[in-house]
Design a protein around this ligand. Sequence first.
Ligand SMILES: C[S@@+](CC[C@H](N)C(=O)[O-])C[C@H]1O[C@@H](n2cnc3c(N)ncnc32)[C@H](O)[C@@H]1O
Length: 466
Amino acid sequence: MNKRPTLTLKSSAPAAPKLRASHARALKPALQTGFQTALKPDALAFSLLGAAHAVAQVRTGTALPQALATVFAKQDAPPQARGAMQDIAYRCMRQLGQSETLIGLMAPKAPEPLVAALLACALALLTAPDAVAPYEPFTVVDQTVTAADAHPDTARAKGMVNAVLRRFLRERQALLDTARLQPLARWNYPQWWLDAVKTAWPQQWQAILAAGDTAPPLTLRVNARKATVAQYLATLEAAGMAASQIGPYAVRLAKPVAVAQIPGFAEGVVSVQDAGAQLAAPLLDVADGMRVLDACAAPGGKTCHVLELAAAELTALDADPKRLARVGENLERLGLKATLQAAEAQSAGWWDGRPFDRILADVPCTASGIVRRHPDIRWLRRKGDTLQLATLSAKILDNLWQMLAPGGKLLFVTCSLWPQESEAQAAAFAVRHGATRLDAPGQLLPVGGPEHDHDGLFYALFQKNA
Ligand SMILES: C[S@@+](CC[C@H](N)C(=O)[O-])C[C@H]1O[C@@H](n2cnc3c(N)ncnc32)[C@H](O)[C@@H]1O
């Protein structure tokens, strides 16, 4: 791996203020997550409190989708409140560094976990640019105080919540200017993540970090068995939905909508898939009748795309049986067939010994390239995860190589930005196995803008000598 120089963030502004140690410590687990409030489900206060519970759970290590699912179930939230909770919680994740820094500047002492999460949710709404602010500032403050009052873990802090948010409204710009002297608040990523992006991508680090804080587009993959892109664009136009083609099978909707509102989704005409992820199936170069292994398949985006392009004999393997079930659901919706196998890709116990013509190894990784879609990842990952996951994926690749037929191709994919998991891994693998490296995009950087409206993926393609 090439060593690149580390850039440090330069600022002509005064030195960043030190936060009190109490604000920098890890937050304690949230209490009483099952408590039912008397708040009306259509009130913003209800959604703020639900989102705050989910955010507090992320701060103790739970992934945001799981945290939200728990809150939805426990609070018996109706669909509209679920949508609002999800929107607030995702905004909060993208602004968490700034919000926690602001709380550190304004709160008299470190708030309890649920209070801190509630304040962070409110600040995420209050700091949204005016043009896209979903609620009036005074509504946010009023409803946050109402939410605080409605829960036993936050009720005592109601006065402090009110004081902090009103102070923020009064001193907004000065507080933001001070907070943003901290890299954590300026970029909304932990320091180790900032250092890692700067080291790996010294030219593009700012664009990568900024793009990771934006909401992702809704990109669809047109099922080549059922429609062409031109036909599907005409369908969208007839439905009054603006969209454009951004890849051979990729269509981006101008305005994201719920899956249920996507024309043809239920009938399998389209699937939701990032434009960068849609490169995998064509790169694999599968022909009808080939034996194909998708070794880390769930939820099946790439599996299904391969089968939309060729009538292959495909085995979809995944270590997680619950996630594997989602591959089955996607295959069914699209009218496709594959053999599903719950097993670990670094073991060979499940293999019948018949070599595969093509292998897709979309290995487990830090997912550092898909933070705009999963903004909680940056707060959940630890620096040491990279080495641990790279070690596992090396084992997976070595094991899969023996299953590849002579002349066959293996496509190695990650959704990581870290070279240790991607290019360094690919280079070391090629040396270990004397594998021929074929043309592939390498690292796709998620720098944003219309030309790069894709996640951060890495592709390396290998061929086994015949
Ligand atoms: C990046 S995701 C795959 C995404 C999928 N290829 C798609 O396009 O929809 C990685 C998958 O690897 C699975 N996984 C993790 N460890 C594994 C292992 N040791 N063997 C096989 N699958 C594993 C995870 O459950 C996860 O579904």
